[in-house]
Design a protein around this ligand. Sequence first.
Ligand code: DGJ
Length: 749
Amino acid sequence: MSIVFNEKNQTFHLFNSEISYIMAVLPNGNMGQYYFGKRIHEKDDYSCFLEMVPRSMGSYVFEGERTLSLEHVKQEYGVYGSSDYRFPAVEILQENGSRISDFCYKSHTVTAGKPKLKGLPATYTEKDEEAETLTLLLEDKVTGIELELLYTLFAEGGIIARSARFVNHGSRPVHLLKAMSLCLDLPDCEYDWIQFSGAWARERHVKTRRLEQGIQSVGSMRGHSSHEHNPFIILKRPTADEFQGEVIGFSLVYSGNFLAQAEVDTHDTTRVLMGIHPECFDWKLDPGEDFQTPEAVMVYTDRGMNDMSQTFHRLYQKRLARGYWRDRVRPILINNWEATYMDFNEEKLLRIAEKAKESGIELFVLDDGWFGARRNDTAGLGDWKANTDLLPGGITGLARKIEEMGMKFGLWFEPEMVNKNSDLYRAHPDWILAVPERHQSQGRYQHVLDFSRKEVVDYIYDSMAEILGNAEVSYVKWDMNRSITECWSAALPADRQGETFHRYILGVYDLYERLTSAFPKVLFESCASGGARFDPGLLYYAPQGWASDDSDAVERLKIQYGTSYCYPISSIGAHVSASPNHQVMRSTPLSTRANVACFGTFGYELDLNRLTPEEQEEVKHQIEFMKKYRGLLQFGTFYRLKSPFEGNITAWMVVSQDRSKAIVGWYRVLNGANMPYTRLKLHGLDPDRMYAVREEGEANGKICGSFYGDELMHAGLITTDTSAGDLLPGLNQGLHLGRDFDSRIFVLE
Ligand code: DGJ
């Protein structure tokens, strides 16, 4: 890993064994982008990458010559309106009404490791040798604003983390109207754009299209990263696939409004922008003040999308997630939400917990409905005191009983919200985000607390810390069940209202930081009506997130498959729920529900007492299996093999670091008559090693045989179910019983 500055040619070359990132000071002092991709040789002069052809109708920087047009050169942090007409990385409104700026190179520093970003989640290093950071200092002379562009090059993997910081050294205030975390100009547009989109209960579906001239973008203006789009996109060469070819992933470490955009101009170059959504963003920067953007992470590989995902997984698992739980296997939990919804009392909960304990479950989680006047959606949010009619000993008493059973206890909160029917709202009606004299929209009968205000965050911290400090709570599920409307803060002046969305998220991060510091052994799971805030920002505080409110195994194939493009398996909250499923009313085999959930943090969300004795036995086996293999499942190297978006069969696998073990998950949505034979080509194995293959789950450890790694990778694993018992008795016409929603788990050792 090295960051080389060539003084004569004013060129920077950041490289490790995987990638090169080259930029240079342009003739007008702005920073130009020369190259980002596979590692190339270090040399003195890369000026050939500065292509400048005079074009009719061009606007040019220098009087009397037609060379430098900012529209036609690739830049590091483009501005609009001074010969570049593309969407810019930055827009600064000045007192005279102008939005033009001109950031020129002033100096730079290279430091070992990676600095923290004030108040924001970000990737980090534990040792200085893990990364180097280049800080480019640019200056806009007219306003006196300095811009620091940060580039952290990690020693391992094709990773560059970027962010920007603005400092107003001028004498007048300005308004930052746009401040992206990343701007990357690529020399061509031969890419597929992949986004991860959906809605409540069908989050992060893979959507692919060819990049085309014009703008393609995804984003959120809901105050959270959203069910609708994820702050993660991929550009891949059209010929690239999961196993080969050039891919660049772009991920924003942020949980609020975001924009990810690619603009292809009519000369077929591509500008990627990623950062806080500029809509509704207006940050006033008084003299002496600074503004730090969130971090954006880029991963380049020429070995396909699995390799890109594996790089993100390693980085986010080891150098974004933090704390006690980062490297630990996750407890197998039972959550009462789909078992009882809000219709429970202590006795009912204890019955569920007892059966869970008997089955081997380690953590009992009490979901929504335990506090204040909350007996349905319309009341109680904000009053974080146990309802002692339901729980006579309060949370302390219930947690003790659960601990005495030999299980850990976990608790649900929705810290950012309030119902109007609550003591908190009655005491502080001005604590919600709302515009004076205007109608207040609600979502799920609730309103959003103004987390841009410190006193509000302090109050919620105190109420949560009171509970967590007085009861044995080992896990917190932090929910967030509505989008923000009428985003206006009673604590901010008119010319700072455009800061409210971002200040809100800073308040969320502040509360997370305080709680995780005060209760370092508590496992936090983030949640927002399922997967509306499944983003890297929250992974910094909560190493796992509830991926979706849709717990149906078939739906989950798509959700978990899409999620895996950026996020590690150890972060994906996945549970076995009742059949028929509560979201789609589909009946699926219990084994398939577990075979999908085990590629996640794994837990149950049903009342095990309602299962048949045979099913209860099956659950015990599932839990034994998970306990034995969760280290591998959650922390192994994950490969997507067959996509649920492309056919009836989905498959994925994990391989241990030393390649001595692997687990394969195979899923067939619909059965068919007289089906073809199926083989599955595996990946990541040691070609020369012999693997004993067993089928687990319903097959109960059936021996499939021993095979060399190369056989399994090139000839494939036979997945056709050939068991004679599957033929209908008395019929010999090749009819195969099978079933819909079938699945198989293979263990290779
Ligand atoms: C939405 C979550 O995603 C669910 O799991 C559950 O916690 C409910 N909220 C409770 O209101």
